[in-house]
Design a protein around this ligand. Structure first.
Ligand SMILES: C[S@@+](CC[C@H](N)C(=O)[O-])C[C@H]1O[C@@H](n2cnc3c(N)ncnc32)[C@H](O)[C@@H]1O
Length: 327
């Protein structure tokens, strides 16, 4: 059952928590704490009108949709792994990844991009969160929260706070990532981080053979990634009873070595249904040429382009693939 709390243990609302600190970001967002079905805590953003995680489990989601497709086994023996977490939030995706890297003795350099410092701070104040992680991972999180960086035997970490569209430009031009995790709110709510321009900026930071992983299976996102020349695969749902037809997308830079990179059977080629999705108006990208547009501006721009498009409607695609199955 889903539990929601507006009041923290300390007795202040999450909204008030922000007001007791210096306002670092132009962000007046109330966050509501939620408990998810696997017992891990999550948040709901009222500005984005969306939960941070699916309510079946915040921790579970980070494993199913981000750690598993990372296929950490492939990197055993490597000197160092470069990771970029876009939208760190409470840190579940990075935490799950760090645990696995430490267990596999893989040294890593980590960068995080995040607008709001509250989600990690709130998470760290909750025992349900802190008891999830080993002492080393917890220490990395505390260092991010207090100093925005860490250096220790697990690796080196650096958090860059602010709008990821701008902060990505602050990563040195010679740094490329083996893994990029993209966990923004949905494209409808946060199109800023799914625009063709932002995805192009992420692609330019992928190393040869690097991979970008996201929970999104949106046709617009997949089409934008494919236009970059990336090889797109669909993340296979872990739950066989799940209605979900995909847990997201992996975009590989360069050839995919199926023998080496497919050990965990985390992904598959796009099905005919998924390919056809990319031929509908749902595949029209979000555009943000200035890198400064609001969500409304980007969504409006896309709606106009969709109206003018000669691509098939998404409803006809849905009818063909979903109604047929349900009747
Ligand atoms: C779905 S949540 C991420 C959940 C996170 N990965 C976790 O495990 O807790 C989306 C996050 O994106 C952040 N965000 C929203 N707009 C952003 C922007 N323009 N730049 C960077 N981060 C942004 C929000 O503050 C929020 O923490």
């Amino acid at each position: 059952m889903l539990h929601q709390f507006l009041i923290l243990n300390s007795g202040v609302t999450l909204h008030n928590l922000k007001e007791t600190k210096n306002t670092i970001f132009q962000n007046d967002d109330t966050l509501t704490l939620q408990e998810t079905k696997d017992g891990s805590i999550s948040l709901k953003s009222h500005t984005f009108n969306e939960s941070f995680h699916c309510l079946s489990g915040a921790h579970k989601e980070s494993i199913d949709k981000f750690l598993r497709p990372s296929e950490i086994d492939c990197y055993r023996g490597i000197d160092k792994l470069n990771i970029l977490d876009v939208c760190v939030g409470m840190g579940y995706n990075s935490g799950s990844l760090m645990e696995s890297l430490i267990n596999n003795s893989i040294y890593f350099h980590w960068w995080g991009l995040e607008l709001d410092s509250r989600p990690l701070k709130i998470a760290l104040g909750h025992t349900k969160f802190s008891s999830t992680w080993s002492s080393q991972v917890l220490e990395n999180f505390k260092q991010i929260d207090e100093n925005s960086h860490w250096v220790n035997k697990t690796g080196v970490g650096k958090m860059i706070w602010g709008d990821a569209r701008q902060t990505i430009k602050r990563i040195h031009k010679n740094i490329f990532f083996d893994l990029i995790l993209l966990d923004a709110f949905s494209p409808q709510q946060c199109p800023q981080l799914w625009s063709e321009e932002f995805l192009t900026a992420l692609f330019s930071k992928l190393s040869t053979n690097g991979r970008l992983i996201t929970y999104s299976r949106a046709a617009s996102v997949r089409s934008s990634l494919r236009r970059q020349g990336l090889t797109i695969k669909s993340i296979i749902p872990t739950d066989s009873n799940s209605q979900a037809w995909s847990y997201g997308t992996i975009a590989f830079n360069g050839e995919v070595d199926a023998d080496k990179q497919h050990m965990q059977k985390a992904w598959k080629d796009l099905s005919d249904m998924e390919e056809e999705h990319l031929c509908t108006i749902a595949a029209i990208p979000y555009r943000d040429p200035s890198g400064k547009s609001t969500a409304l501006e980007i969504n409006t721009r896309r709606k106009i382009e969709q109206k003018q498009s000669t691509l098939k409607s998404t409803s006809s695609w849905k009818k063909r693939w979903f109604n047929a199955k349900n009747t």
